[in-house]
Design a protein around this ligand. Structure first.
Ligand code: TRP
Length: 358
């Protein structure tokens, strides 16, 4: 088997920009597959970082599956009590952020409910080597971060499962963050090797392309590299306006009184300015000028007001949806139905080319 070539980040970025343009011109050529693990509710880092990007694609009318990767939660944690609640909350977050699952083109489903998708893992596992799975840089990082001594085999094989998440529907565009690129490259390798080995180079599976988010990285409110619920530095979409205000009050800033936008030298202050910018559409430099010598206090007040205002309609939809459990269930069931239909067709084709028909 050929060695997996991860290429350079710049080359990937360049291809992603071209893809972005073509998506606007030819939305019907594409089938988007995106996904998340149901580990909790979404926060504004998710919203500005990836969900809005999906909403934009969604509005272009691209056929889209959103997979909720519930099996994947079990790779690095032992608890599974809250999985079903998290699946529902995630669905509520998506819909309140602007994903419309009733447009006939967008389907949300948990992959545990699509056996035909999961069955693709078996042939796929024979197309990669154990050494290749061992070398995946994102998996290595996650193993480190988990602090676990005993790593289950699901941790090493979940990128293959992810290939099944993407290829079951022949997804050809996958909006992802940088950390997911190794998984996507593995998916491309699996598609290529499958076609070569089993389909005499006919294209049963496409080689999906990554679409990198254009949004800037959002830091945590404590100034740390990543906004995340577990680090307690994130504003949740589901937070109330008062909780949001209290949380922003505690955000880390610096001692200089005059507010300026300088991501290199003043990362914390600049991050707050960026969040105001994303909520209001104004340039961060302009906001900094307006606040001027108002200091951190004024900066935080402006952020609280603009973020709460920006999130108000989303939160309103969110609380309405929370009261409508039947609707959420119906959305997921509908997603499962469509995913199973497509996955069964793909599995049929796979059996055919693999000489497994009886
Ligand atoms: N691994 C992804 C994450 O942790 C979630 C995911 C599962 C995914 N299956 C996917 C992402 C398929 C894109 C495509 O964020």
């Amino acid at each position: 088997m050929d060695k997996i070539d991860y290429g350079t980040f710049e080359a990937t970025m360049e291809r992603s920009r071209k893809l972005e343009d073509d998506l606007v011109e030819n939305p019907v050529k594409y089938r988007v597959l995106t996904g998340d693990r149901p580990t909790g509710r979404l926060h504004i880092g998710h919203l500005f970082g990836s969900v809005q990007n999906r909403v934009r694609l969604h509005k272009l009318g691209v056929y889209t599956f959103i997979v909720i990767a519930d099996y994947q939660v079990l790779t690095d944690r032992n608890t599974f009590d809250s999985i079903s609640e998290n699946v529902k909350q995630l669905t509520i977050d998506y819909i309140s952020a602007g994903i419309d699952p009733t447009d006939g083109k967008t389907f949300i489903f948990p992959h545990s409910h699509v056996p035909e998708l999961n069955q693709l893992i078996l042939p796929f596992l024979t197309l990669v080597t154990k050494a290749e799975l061992d070398r995946n840089p994102t998996v290595k990082e996650e193993i480190q971060a988990s602090g676990l001594k005993r790593i289950n085999a699901g941790m090493y094989t979940y990128p293959v499962h992810q290939a099944a998440d993407i290829l079951f529907c022949k997804g050809n565009v996958v909006p992802v963050g940088k950390d997911q690129l190794p998984h996507l490259e593995l998916t491309r390798v699996i598609a290529r090797r499958f076609n070569e080995r089993f389909a005499s180079k006919k294209s049963v599976f496409p080689e999906p392309q990554p679409l990198l988010s254009r949004s800037p990285l959002i830091l945590g409110l404590d100034g740390s590299q990543k906004m995340s619920k577990s680090r307690n530095n994130a504003v949740m979409l589901s937070a109330t306006e008062d909780e949001t205000a209290a949380f922003i009050k505690k955000a880390k800033t610096d001692i200089a009184r005059v507010i300026t936008y300088d991501p290199e030298k003043r990362p914390e202050v600049s991050n707050l300015l960026l969040l105001i910018s994303l909520s209001t559409g104004k340039a961060p430099e302009t906001i900094a000028e307006e606040i001027g010598d108002g200091g951190a206090g004024k900066l935080k007040n402006v952020l609280t007001e603009s973020l709460n205002e920006y999130l108000r309609p989303l939160r309103k939809r969110r609380s309405e949806l929370e009261l409508n459990a039947d609707y959420i269930k119906q959305v997921l069931n509908n997603g499962v139905l469509e995913a199973r239909k497509i996955a069964a067709e793909t599995l049929e084709e796979v059996r055919q080319v693999m000489n497994m028909k009886i």
